[in-house]
Write a protein that binds this ligand. Structure first.
Ligand SMILES: C[S@@+](CC[C@H](N)C(=O)[O-])C[C@H]1O[C@@H](n2cnc3c(N)ncnc32)[C@H](O)[C@@H]1O
Length: 304
């Protein structure tokens, strides 16, 4: 047994120390040198524009430690060599995926969904009447999908009142792990907290058997949604322009000003004139040069 991988108490043998059962293996923290940290932070920025500050070593090693163990690597020098190697491209994707912060929830920043339902949809459905095109929304940092299905519920509720109102959602994220969850649309029941109790049976199926304790978004909702793997800074997007609404919330916060400006300019081009960009409530576009009109808190309109 390699004793260097054990906690000090374990190296002394098994037993119970301060309530801990020892004799079990605890993962050894692999030290992250400044050189390796700077290389990783630079690579992550170049590929995703996610800016990791100079004091986040413990965050990075906390997120990557398990990855090194899975790959059977002993130190970050080996990991950096793998990333630099000819075959390192897939690992760069895995690295960025692990670095992303994916916190989200159903109807997060609920005012935005109210604005969509009370203000934007009634006006847009009048404009779209007689047109064959659906109302189109893009959730551009969708994470595990709670935002996407919250949008879907609002659109489906609106369509119940206006037969003939057609809608589509594109959902994307840089994290493949999150997109898998988004595609599945299965959530622990305790996390499916919706503003209206009638929506749960209307839009979700209760899990039974081994799925007990989980709710799944019904197929008739999921069929309106296309999921894509998109880095917001990749040269071309797989989502067609002509969008009525873009939700790009709680992601700008990870980007520097220059990147935010470039991103807002590109997202603006994806909108129809009169279309709306939603950013997170804590990340309004103050200080960002843009050609949008501010209409509600953290909601901007492309001028007509
Ligand atoms: C905190 S979550 C926000 C989820 C949701 N929009 C919300 O407000 O609840 C941020 C998401 O942005 C994604 N992300 C970070 N950088 C990205 C990039 N360059 N391109 C696309 N997605 C990115 C992360 O993977 C993560 O899932």
């Amino acid at each position: 047994m390699r004793t260097d991988r054990l906690m000090p108490a374990q190296r002394l043998g098994g037993g119970r120390i301060r309530g801990l059962v020892v004799g079990m293996q605890f993962p050894r923290e692999v030290p992250l040198s400044t050189e390796a940290y700077e290389f990783l932070a630079r690579l992550i920025y170049e590929r995703s524009r996610i800016r990791i500050g100079p004091d986040r070593q413990s965050l990075v090693s906390g997120r990557l430690g398990q990855r090194l163990r899975t790959l059977g690597l002993d130190d970050y020098g080996q990991y950096c060599s793998l990333l630099r190697s000819a075959g390192g491209e897939d690992e760069i994707g895995a690295l960025i995926d692990l670095i992303t912060t994916n916190h989200t929830e159903f109807f997060r920043e609920a005012d935005h969904f109210e604005i969509l339902s009370r203000n934007i949809l009634p006006a847009a459905s009048g404009r779209l009447a007689g047109s064959v095109r659906p109302f189109r929304v893009w959730s551009a940092a969708a994470s595990s999908g709670e935002e996407v299905y919250s949008l879907a519920i609002v659109l489906a509720e609106f369509a119940r009142q206006r037969p003939g109102f057609a809608w589509r959602i594109d959902a994307s994220d840089i994290s493949m792990r999150m997109l898998d969850r988004c595609r599945r649309g299965i959530y622990p029941a305790a996390r499916v907290r919706l503003p209206d109790p009638e929506w749960l049976p209307r839009y979700f199926q209760r899990g039974i058997g081994e799925r007990e304790g989980y709710d799944r978004v019904k197929a008739e909702v999921r069929q309106h949604i296309a999921v894509h793997h998109i880095n917001l800074f990749q040269p071309r997007y797989d989502v067609l322009p002509g969008l009525d609404v873009i939700f790009c919330r709680n992601v700008m916060i990870y980007f520097d000003l220059e990147s935010r400006e470039a991103l807002v300019e590109r997202l603006t081009e994806q909108l129809v004139p009169g279309g709306y960009l939603f950013v997170g409530l804590s990340e309004n576009l103050v200080g960002v040069r843009h050609g949008l009109k501010s209409v509600w808190p953290s909601v901007y309109m492309r001028p007509e």
